[in-house]
Design a protein around this ligand. Structure first.
Ligand SMILES: CC(C)CCC[C@@H](C)[C@H]1CC[C@H]2[C@@H]3[C@@H](O)C=C4C[C@@H](O)CC[C@]4(C)[C@H]3CC[C@]12C
Length: 418
């Protein structure tokens, strides 16, 4: 039995737990962390890991740095963005219907790794920068080209027929140009999503609405998402167009397909226009994907996600709900105590890699935000701040010597109750 079938039969047979869950979500307050999901829907993976979905194909991520034409560079950025969607929203649910509830990261949780392939080394830093409201920040750099993505993300959920999730935050991609000293900057918004299949106990994600990518070189891409309607359409569909910013009707390229399957890029406004030609295509089945390398658990910092959550993740794997509850609550209690200590001592938790942008208006949001309706403050009130990668802090972290076993145990005890 695959996990979608397991879920469905749990929903049917173990109807009481799934039924109770459905009832609880119908009245939930929008706080995803407060959802008490039945055991089979729990995942042992924390949301800090999700930042890695941005770069499962490093050569596609780094490709824009080699293109000298700004419009084509913008197209390569759009292509890369579209290739990430399958990982972001469907990789945990290969057979539709086994999306799970990820672990809620604790403040200061880290997920660090790197990809090594024909694009060279690409580094990932992901940090839980805020707990109330929960927000994750990330920075991904392809070292040979300097292509760099930074961003932060929070979710606001509501219930109307199903769980609807609005993503708050944005991403900024910096692409060094082969012909100029000035890199291009791309401001990226994130799609809304909702959960389908809940009633059958086999949840999966569908994207909705539109998201945008706009560049400092004067190009904007709009991506419209749609799903399978009652009468027509295919799951996970999208159409995208790339046009000079402010001239939505002057489409240079159009892209269409399914973000879980394949898509085609055509020149001009319409795919079946006599003047339009096929420029490029993507089929994830035919693509090689580079696995992320993460340090072995014993070598990780105690606040690194897989080390910190290892006991919870093992208990979830074994289906030992009592242990899941106990191990989770150790972390929650220790975190509450840590916050109380900080408050009493008049200090704040120090983020290791990111800082809140507090100076004059943010350069990228001021320059590019208006073209795609993003506010200058970046919804900072809903994400605990406008988070930017802090290269100075990152350098300091890099210089830190490896923790001794005693130091690591002390941190694990104080901050995670382990
Ligand atoms: C399955 C259901 C019953 C419980 C609710 C789970 C809910 C909290 C999960 C499900 C899917 C998750 C999305 C995920 O698809 C992908 C991303 C993209 C990533 O870059 C940032 C996180 C986000 C939005 C996840 C948030 C948590 C979601 C909505």
């Amino acid at each position: 039995m695959d996990s979608a079938q397991q879920n469905s039969s749990a929903a049917a047979g173990g109807g009481s737990s799934w039924g109770a869950f459905l009832k609880s979500i119908a009245s939930f307050n929008g706080d995803l962390a407060s959802l008490t999901a039945p055991p089979f829907i729990l995942s042992g993976t924390s949301l800090t890991e999700f930042s890695s979905y941005w770069c499962e194909h490093p050569p596609v991520f780094a490709a824009p740095a080699k293109e000298s034409d700004p419009a084509k560079r913008a197209l390569l950025v759009l292509k890369w963005f579209l290739t990430t969607l399958k990982q972001q929203y469907a990789s945990r649910s290969e057979q539709y219907g086994n999306e799970k509830k990820p672990l809620n990261p604790f403040l200061g949780e880290l997920f660090l790794g790197k990809w090594e392939d024909e694009a060279g080394v690409t580094e990932l830093i992901s940090e839980q920068v805020s707990h109330h409201p929960p927000a994750t920040a990330y920075n991904i750099t392809n070292l040979p080209t300097g292509v760099r993505l930074e961003g932060y993300n929070a979710q606001k959920a509501s219930f109307s027929k199903t769980i609807n999730i609005k993503q708050i935050g944005h991403a900024v991609l910096t692409v060094p140009s082969p012909t100029s000293d000035q890199p291009d900057t791309f401001l990226i918004t994130l799609p809304s999503l909702h959960i389908e299949g809940l009633i059958f106990g086999s949840p999966f994600i569908e994207l909705d609405g539109a998201s945008y990518i706009t560049s400092s070189t004067g190009y904007t891409a709009k991506i419209d998402y749609s799903g399978k309607g009652w009468l027509s359409g295919k799951k996970n569909s999208f159409v995208a167009s790339l046009y000079p910013t402010g001239k939505e009707k002057e489409v240079l390229y159009n892209v269409s397909g399914q973000w879980t399957k394949s898509f085609e890029i055509h020149s001009g406004a319409a795919k079946h226009n006599s003047k339009s030609t096929l420029v490029d295509s993507w089929d994830p089945e035919k693509q090689h994907h580079t696995p992320l390398t993460v340090a072995p658990i014993e070598k990780q910092h105690p606040l690194e996600s897989r080390r910190a959550w290892s006991k919870v993740a093992n208990a979830i794997l074994k289906g030992d709900l009592e242990a899941v509850g106990q191990e989770k609550s150790r972390i929650e209690v220790a975190q509450r105590e840590a916050r109380a200590r900080e408050k009493a001592e008049g200090r704040m938790w120090q983020r290791r890699y990111f800082s809140v942008h507090t100076d004059a208006p943010d350069r990228v949001l001021t320059l590019l935000g208006p073209a795609i309706g993003l506010a200058e403050h970046g919804d900072a009130d809903k994400t605990g701040g406008l988070w930017r990668f802090d290269a100075t802090k990152a350098e300091k972290e890099r210089e830190q010597p490896q923790l001794s076993d005693e130091e690591a145990s002390k941190i694990a005890k104080e901050l995670l109750g382990q």
